[in-house]
Design a protein around this ligand. Structure first.
Ligand code: AHR
Length: 511
């Protein structure tokens, strides 16, 4: 039997929960926009062409902020193509994904959709093929009240009120040779600095994200952030991180421990930011926007789930990277969210990539249904339950061996304390593939009251760890009540099944 003892002390907290940690991402890629969130003519489409069934699932998932319009796509995108009368908008070749972009959906549509979904807009500018001028024009278009060239164009296009977009990404993955307009760190650092300055001259209230590394494996990781921030530290508020993980060669143990890599990646970026801060004697604190993360089967797969990485022919909204997620993937996604919470003092924004169809928690079919993937569940529950302060947990756990990371804790955990409502939300993953786990949670300075909810996602009785939700079987993987949980002698005790992710919400009072 696996065991873990977790100690919670009301005085050991990390930060207020940054609500923007529960972000998502809509890229003009594959079927994320077209036949994902937007499908005029679908039986469930509203008057704007937004799919109501997808919107309902998005609201249930609970993202707080959504990054748009890319991704690799943004590095060749002309934002003006996506505004104005739809019949006048050009059809374009999108080189990033080898796709025909109709521009039927653009900035106004995304802002309107975001209002319907109840999310904040996080807008990326193109610093691949474009620069300072087009970025500042876009800020003027979006945020200036009126009386100028670009703000009046927005008004003529039907939006009298400014969009008031606060969060802006200064390009996407420009450290990557695959990126249209790939740059050296020096080239990008100067461009980001000058673009940020010019965008802020238009609207001083905006928050800006500089491009960090596309992954921890990039040969320039570390030096990229250092050089970029050496140029742009004073002009930016966040540096981005991107990370995608997958199970390789059947090594489930290492895959289940990839949050160890995520923790180390974040710690490395924090150290680099702070080295630049110290050398520059800056008072201001730059933080992290982890604006792409997820499980993505990028390597070694050529199945029906993953028919194309890049479409073979120029087509409109081809199926791209529509990964179908398993029980194992859902447990791993839970641990990634734990890692983000554990770093909530420095990671202030995070976006799961992406929202619909493209490596996404929600799937939809053209003219057909929409459903929840397995990874929907940990995201939805954490996004709703994580409130108040993030607690710094002491976890003493049985270890599990992994080829990649050595011995790691079998139990991965995070927790938040909502003092106002007297509630703790505890999130737990059991990485052991074979053993159930007894977890004891000791409280210091707090006393436990009623258990308000306890749910677990695990291998279904008639399934295995690869079980997935599909169009024909949409509810194979989901949350079920966690029965074996109680408060005993002031401690919370729970038994988690092997390979599981769980959420327990319980009342607490100051002791
Ligand atoms: O999310 C899919 C792609 O992954 C994005 O377009 C890009 O930024 C990253 O490489």
């Amino acid at each position: 039997m696996t065991r873990a003892r977790i100690t919670i002390d009301r005085d050991f907290t990390i930060a207020d929960v940054p609500r923007r940690l529960f972000g998502s991402f809509v890229e003009h890629m594959g079927r994320c926009v077209y036949t994902g969130i937007f499908e005029p003519g679908h039986p469930q489409a509203d008057e704007n062409g937004f799919r109501r069934d997808v919107l309902e699932l998005v609201r249930e998932l609970g993202p707080t902020v959504v990054r748009y319009p890319g991704g690799n796509f943004v590095s060749g995108y002309l934002w003006e193509d996506g505004v104005g009368p739809v019949e006048d908008r050009p059809r374009r070749l999108d080189g990033a994904w080898h796709t025909i972009e109709t521009n039927a959906f653009g900035l106004h549509e995304f802002v309107a959709w975001s209002k319907e979904a109840g999310v904040e807009v996080m807008e990326a500018v193109n610093l691949g093929t474009r620069g300072v001028e087009e970025a500042r024009a876009l800020v003027e278009y979006a945020n200036h009240p009126g009386g100028t060239r670009w703000s009046d164009l927005r008004r003529r296009n039907g939006a009298d009120e400014p969009f008031d977009i606060r969060l802006w990404c200064l390009g996407n993955e420009l450290d990557g040779p695959w990126q249209i307009g790939h740059k050296t760190a020096h080239e990008y650092g100067r461009l980001a600095q000058e673009t940020a300055k010019a965008m802020r001259f238009v609207d001083p209230t905006i928050e800006l994200v500089a491009v960090g590394s596309s992954s921890r494996q990039m040969p320039t990781f570390g030096t990229w952030e250092h050089t970029v921030l050496t140029h742009a530290y004073e002009e930016v508020d966040y540096v981005s991180m991107h990370a995608y993980y997958q199970e390789e060669n059947g090594d489930a143990a290492s895959f289940l421990a990839e949050a160890v890599d995520m923790d180390a990646f974040i710690d490395g970026v924090v150290a680099t930011i702070d080295a630049v801060k110290a050398a520059g004697k800056y008072r201001k604190q730059v933080n992290i926007s982890f604006d792409e993360w997820n499980v993505w089967y990028q390597r070694g797969l050529d199945t029906e789930d993953q028919p194309h990485k890049v479409a073979a022919q120029w087509r409109e909204h081809p199926r791209l990277i529509e990964d179908t997620y398993s029980v194992t993937d859902a447990v791993v996604v839970g641990t990634f969210l734990h890692s983000l919470l554990r770093h909530g003092d420095r990671v202030k924004i995070a976006n799961q990539a992406q929202l619909v169809n493209v490596i996404a928690p929600i799937r939809s079919e053209e003219g057909g249904p929409a459903w929840r993937q397995s990874i929907f569940w940990p995201f939805a529950r954490i996004a709703h339950a994580a409130r108040g302060r993030i607690l710094r947990l002491a976890v003493d756990s049985t270890q599990v061996p992994t080829p990649k990371f050595g011995d790691v804790d079998a139990i991965d955990a995070a927790a938040t304390w909502d003092e106002e409502h007297g509630r703790i939300a505890l999130f737990l993953a059991n990485r052991s593939l074979d053993d159930a786990a007894d977890v004891t949670v000791d409280l210091r300075g707090l006393s436990a009251g009623d258990i308000r909810s306890a749910e677990v996602l695990t291998v279904p009785d008639d399934g295995d760890r690869h079980t997935k939700n599909t169009e024909s079987e949409q509810d194979r993987v989901g949350l079920v009540p966690l029965r074996d949980v109680a408060v005993v002698d002031g401690a919370l005790r729970a038994t988690l099944p092997a390979l599981s992710w769980a959420v327990v919400e319980f009342d607490v009072a100051r002791a």
